[in-house]
Design a protein around this ligand. Sequence first.
Ligand code: NAP
Length: 314
Amino acid sequence: MQTIALGTSPLQSSRLAYGCWRVAGTWNPAEVTPAGRAAGRRAIVAACEAGYTLFDNADIYCGGEAERIFGQALKEVSGLRERILVATKGGIRTGGDPRPDCPPRYDFCAQHILRACEASLQRMGIETIDLYLLHRPDFLADPEEVAQAFAKLKAAGKVRYFGVSNFRPSLVTALQAACPMPLVAHQVEISLAKLDAFTDGTLDQCLIERLTPMAWSPLAAGLLGNGAGDLLPSQKAYRPERFLPVVDGVARDRGATRISVALAWLLKHPSRILPIIGSVRPERIREAAQAVELELTREEWYRLLIAARGEPLP
Ligand SMILES: NC(=O)c1ccc[n+]([C@@H]2O[C@H](COP(=O)([O-])OP(=O)(O)OC[C@H]3O[C@@H](n4cnc5c(N)ncnc54)[C@H](OP(=O)(O)O)[C@@H]3O)[C@@H](O)[C@H]2O)c1
């Protein structure tokens, strides 16, 4: 697969990343079965074989089980760790952590970032995380404190590069101003069903600061594919049936699939959006990789944008 640099770092990623959110087959750690783990490992190995070299994870995915399954896949395939980049996220604490009466919250205290990162390393059974992202902005985030935690992790060799996820551009600026190292990625939801990043300054900032935008739910959690997987509450309001006929029209014209068109639409943006594929089915993981070969024209891109907006351009 083609590759791109992650931000200003020397790290090279495949043009599509693979996301491990769904690899346990359930959100509930108590429901994970040996068969579910095996299916998750097969998905990860299929992604490697299809040429994906960046793997995204998070400490909260299935209560840490997604990182454990990923770690098992790394052990199973000899030499795999050296061939790929490992990304994971921290900074969200679920309700009941550490005491039953604690509410769900975001926590960018240095102590929590250091502990969460260490726990991710343990679960994945690795020494170093290539890219560590703060998952959702902590309302109480102190950029100086975060920067100190990042510097400690880097000096200890535990993390190579850092980034953020779901931040407002102004908070990225505040954090970058405090950090001694460049932030290299911003992970946000971007798809034909979720256009905010094009207009809220996120992609403009990625262009200015040379951050790589990583697109989560690039197929709107399956709504742009052949049927939705589990949707986040916000995704339940999406109405892709309004514009899917236009996507299918472009796909017919180009002899491509619907998902290739939806992904190629993201790939065309000059900020070099890096879509994170979330299917756990090997054939779909392979199919998504074909999108990298499809270059849409400017006219096709705008036809899709106008359909997705559901209203004419101003
Ligand atoms: N930073 C954040 O806040 C955040 C939030 C959410 C996700 N993420 C990251 O983004 C990654 C991707 O998110 P996502 O899983 O929602 O992405 P996605 O690729 O938009 O959606 C994947 C879902 O679509 C389904 N699907 C239906 N038809 C498909 C087709 N033809 N091809 C491919 N998939 C099809 C898949 O089902 P099957 O598995 O049955 O194929 C799967 O349930 C996650 O794994 C995670 O790493 C980050």
